[in-house]
Design a protein around this ligand. Structure first.
Ligand code: TA6
Length: 308
């Protein structure tokens, strides 16, 4: 624990993979695994878990843990020879001891860890683009969580990728939840072969499986959980799209690493760039994700922003 009461503790998980616990003076915490560079837990200063993880999650490579915030890179979805949602979430990242500096307000007064993923020789065979993916996970003194990603093209030619921060929010019950901020937007519906539709004018509520990518969304989205009297305010900058997913009953039963009834306790709202993949010329380009602002009124804001 440093003098500002922020702590960063490295330990081993049950498979011997390093995981990092970030803690702040009020007791809020975040846990990040080097397996997939995945945030597995984010707790308020009262110890309440805000992210969902399945009771049947498989914590063993090469599976991505079913929950938390998997990083879908260099692809969101299933196309070509890459595995669904790309390989970044199924790889072991390393702690980046000497990262390039970040903007001051993305760094000061935070407990943080810097992770780094580089492609293996095998990765380059399936995705022939050399990159460095740097991920900083921050926890601030009042419990904010931020994931700041910087992807560097160390090729000599441009490459394109799609990306999503597949964020599993913990909710009281899917019937108690509504999402605002996606009204009137176009979306690609994965249940209809990514056909394009337009959202009506009301808040999003859930009565069946939803698997959509909302396009060109505004920078403010809110998840209201009536039962828990909890609101996640999602503020984003730069990442143009937002994925929304709930598998509902049938798909839940078909997933080995997901409980049959667990669809009731989770909702994925994912900051993403899907419709228009991002093209990187050689050099740095930054993306950032999840800044969660808890405050005393059980209101949590999640913001995504682009960091250049
Ligand atoms: O977020 C939407 C989605 O693409 C769904 O189609 C579903 O497959 C989900 O991601 C989970 O994907 P995963 O590969 O983690 O099982």
């Amino acid at each position: 624990m440093n003098n500002s009461g922020l702590a960063v503790e490295v330990s081993k998980d049950r498979n011997g993979t390093d995981q990092i616990l970030l803690r702040n003076p009020r007791g809020a915490s975040a846990k990040v695994s080097l397996h997939g560079g995945q945030v597995l837990s984010w707790r308020t200063d009262r110890g309440e878990e805000l992210l969902f993880t399945s009771s049947k999650a498989i914590f063993k490579p090469p599976y991505a843990v079913r929950g938390g915030i998997p990083i879908c890179f260099p692809q969101f979805g299933q196309r070509g020879s890459l595995e669904q949602h790309g390989f970044a979430r199924n790889r072991t990242w390393i702690i980046d001891e000497n990262p390039p500096p970040l903007h001051a307000n993305d760094a000061c007064g935070k407990a943080y860890i810097d992770l780094l993923l580089k492609p293996s020789e095998d990765d380059l065979k399936i995705w022939p683009h050399s990159f460095e993916f740097r991920l900083r996970v921050n926890l601030t003194a009042d419990g904010n969580l931020s994931l700041i990603s910087r992807i560097r093209n160390i090729n000599c030619k441009p490459f394109s990728f799609s990306i999503a921060y597949h964020t599993y929010f913990s909710i009281s019950d899917i019937s108690e939840v509504r999402v605002e901020g996606l009204e009137t937007l176009d979306y690609l519906d994965n249940l209809y072969q990514r056909e394009r539709f337009t959202e009506q004018g009301d808040a999003l509520t859930f009565e069946s499986e939803v698997d959509r990518v909302y396009l060109g969304s505004r920078d403010a989205i809110a998840i209201f959980d009536h039962e828990r009297k909890r609101t996640f305010f999602i503020k984003k900058e730069g990442l143009p799209d937002v994925g929304v997913w709930n598998p509902w009953e049938k798909k839940s039963k078909a997933m080995v690493d997901f409980g049959d009834e667990e669809y009731k306790q989770m909702l994925c709202v994912n900051g993403a760039a899907v419709e228009k993949p991002i093209t990187l010329k050689p050099g740095w380009r930054g993306l950032a994700n999840g800044i969660v602002f808890p405050n005393r009124r059980l209101t949590y804001r999640l913001a995504w922003k682009m960091v250049f």
